[in-house]
Ligand binder design. Structure first.
Ligand SMILES: NC(=O)c1ccc[n+]([C@@H]2O[C@H](COP(=O)([O-])OP(=O)(O)OC[C@H]3O[C@@H](n4cnc5c(N)ncnc54)[C@H](OP(=O)(O)O)[C@@H]3O)[C@@H](O)[C@H]2O)c1
Length: 257
């Protein structure tokens, strides 16, 4: 059975790679239960895809809600065949300026929420099998400045992916991770400032464009990815019946450089 033609929970459904994944699943005939914080963006997706997309607003760092959110997805969809843990946050801080609250926030959203959601959906998938895809990053393997904590959360997510894959394999539940290189989304359009630096609107825009240009140049294929290019790999990982515990890179060759 193709999981992407079934019922799939997607976190980070409102923007970027998560939004593109929602569209890819809907195109393949699946139904999606989307999770994000922006109520209006979720309602707009529901209006665009009546009966095919249901959304619930939740903050992934609020762990107490997560089991109930999965139960709501089960009620809305009937069964749960897939989970894509796509939502993530990157807080750019140089070593020396890393704050405990930003460590906590990135750990909660990038690592602990995917673990708790995976456990909760695995309860529902044990009878029929299913697939989980965690969206990691090439930064988990190829480090860069100002992303120490983010990279560490994604490296831990890679290891978590393998542990879940091993323990859930007897139930026919496959777990893989997709590691994108730089993809042009809001996440990369956050200006990276030095400690104490302040810029006006024009300078901020120039900083973002120069960041994007510098990052694109690091990719041997000469450009950043677009969300749909990662979404197609996520969907393939949902559907490939003999693949589990894999870390799947899609990065325009970034890891080669
Ligand atoms: N862009 C890249 O270059 C890149 C590269 C490698 C890996 N990745 C990974 O790919 C994934 C998607 O990234 P993206 O670039 O598509 O990011 P994005 O454009 O910033 O979108 C992030 C999504 O996550 C949701 N979200 C963020 N914080 C949340 C929270 N606390 N609770 C619930 N939902 C939350 C956002 O929705 P709301 O605002 O509505 O909550 C949004 O839908 C992330 O795991 C990221 O680490 C991205």
């Amino acid at each position: 059975m193709r999981v992407s033609a079934g019922n799939v929970i997607v976190t980070g459904a409102t923007r970027g790679i998560g939004r593109a994944t929602v569209e890819a699943i809907l195109e393949r005939g699946g139904r999606v239960f989307g999770i994000a914080r922006n109520v209006d963006a979720l309602a707009a997706l529901e209006a665009l895809h009546p009966n095919r997309f249901r959304g619930v607003a939740a903050r992934l760092e609020d762990f107490d809600q997560l089991h109930a959110v999965v139960d709501r997805a089960r009620e809305a969809l009937g069964t749960i065949d897939g989970l894509v843990n796509c939502a993530g946050i990157a807080l750019y801080e140089a070593v020396g300026a890393i704050r405990p609250d930003s460590i906590d926030a990135q750990l909660r959203v990038n690592l602990v929420a995917p673990l708790l959601l995976s456990q909760a959906v695995a309860d529902h998938m044990r009878e029929r099998g299913g697939a989980i895809v965690n969206v990691s990053s090439t930064l988990s393997e190829r480090v860069a400045p100002q992303t120490a904590v983010y990279a560490a959360t994604k490296a831990a997510l890679n290891t978590l992916t393998k542990s879940l894959a091993l323990e859930l394999a007897p139930y026919g539940i496959r777990v893989n991770a997709v590691l994108p290189g730089g993809v042009d989304t809001d996440m990369l359009r956050t200006p990276r400032l030095r400690p104490g630096e302040s810029l006006d609107e024009v300078e901020l825009q120039e900083r973002v464009e120069s960041q994007l240009g510098a990052l694109a140049a690091l990719h041997p294929l000469g450009r950043l990815g677009v969300p749909s290019e990662v979404a197609s790999v996520i969907v393939a990982a949902l559907d490939q019946p003999w693949q589990t515990g894999s870390l799947i890179t899609v990065d325009g060759g970034l890891s080669l450089s």
